[in-house]
Structure formats: C-alpha cells, structure tokens
Design a protein around this ligand. Structure first.
Ligand code: HEC
Length: 157
C-alpha cells in the first residue's frame, strides 16, 4: 500500500508539473484560407462546413476547446494539428502545385467516401462536425468539379 501511495503521489506531482508546459498554439489572423477559397470556390454553406469540420486540423487556425488548457491533452491535440497540417493545409494552398492541389482534392474525396475524416476522436467531442450524407455529397461534388477545373487548367493561379 505504501508503494502505491508513493507512486500515486509521484504521478500527481508529474501531472501538476507538466501543466507549466504549453505547446505553441496554431493561430492565424485574417483570411488565412483566402487563396484556397478563391480558387476552389465552395458554396457559402460548404465553406462553413469545411471551416467547422476540417480547419481545426487542416489550416493555420485552430479553435481550441477548453480542455486544451489541460496537459497532456494539449500536447495530444497539438500533435494532431501538426500531423493534419503536414498532410493537408488549406492555409498553404498557394504553396501547392496544380498537380498537388488536384491530388489533395482526390484524397479529400477518398477520405470522405470512406468516412475517415473528420477523425472519430474529433467528432466525439464536436457534434457539429458529424457530417450528414448531404454534407458528404456536397464535399465530394465540389471536390470532383474543382479537380476537373484544375485538370483543364481553368483555374487562374
Ligand atoms: C482532429 C483533426 C482532424 C480533423 C478535424 C480533420 N482531419 Fe483530416 N487528417 C488529420 C490527420 C492527423 C491526418 C493525417 C493522418 C491520417 O491520415 O490519419 C489527416 C489526413 C487527411 C487527409 C489525407 C491527406 C494526405 O496527404 O494523405 C485528407 C485528404 C484529409 N485529412 C481531409 C480532411 C477533411 C476534408 C476534413 C474535414 C471534413 C478533415 N480532414 C478533418 C486530422 C484531421
């Protein structure tokens, strides 16, 4: 029992100590996805869907939940954002070649069709990010159309 108590106290001390460490936040000001929106032109309702369900992990601006103030959750979330942005960042659309944009949209279609995005652990806590079938279809239709326009070179860079 004594050892258990010691270990518990040590763990508690660690938990308190790590509260003093905070990962850097992913925050942007202004129209950080302006180029992405201008080129891919999603309808106003779809813009809101993308913003509310993808931007937290795939743009330079995350809207953090209150529990991000608690370590180690903050580190876990920061990791997700970093990983998500590495794969796809709507705020860095300008840095992608036309071929890459087309490919990223292809992956968006795949992810939505297979119901892999938004991540499950995100939709557990973000009810409004659970996509309806209609929202899913509108993302896929928009991505398909935009891919075609990129492939036909119809989108001015
Ligand atoms: C909670 C964070 C989170 C949210 C929200 C989220 N994603 Fe992701 N996404 C990730 C992570 C992490 C990866 C990379 C690892 C993986 O594939 O699971 C990823 C990968 C992807 C990829 C693959 C890119 C590649 O290069 O392989 C696509 C496409 C994608 N997400 C699209 C979306 C779309 C579209 C939405 C909104 C409907 C969305 N994601 C919402 C975290 C997220």
């Amino acid at each position: 029992m004594k050892t258990v108590k010691k270990i518990s106290l040590a763990l508690l001390a660690i938990l308190i100590a790590i509260q003093f460490f905070r990962p850097e936040k992913n925050l942007a000001h202004g129209n950080h996805t302006e180029i992405f929106l201008a080129e891919t032109n999603p309808a106003p309702e779809l813009r809101i869907v993308l913003e509310e369900t993808c931007y937290d992990c795939h743009s330079n601006n995350t809207v953090y939940p209150w529990y991000n103030n608690v370590a180690p959750i903050s580190f876990w979330l920061a990791n997700h954002v970093k990983d998500g942005k590495k794969h796809l960042n709507f705020s860095a659309w300008d840095d992608y070649s036309v071929k890459k944009k087309d490919h990223k949209l292809e992956e968006v279609i795949e992810m939505i069709e297979n119901d892999e995005m938004p991540l499950k652990e995100y939709t557990w806590t973000h009810e409004n990010a659970r996509l309806t079938n209609e929202q899913r279809e509108s993302i896929i239709a928009w991505a398909k159309k935009t891919r075609l326009l990129y492939q036909l070179n119809e989108i001015p860079q």
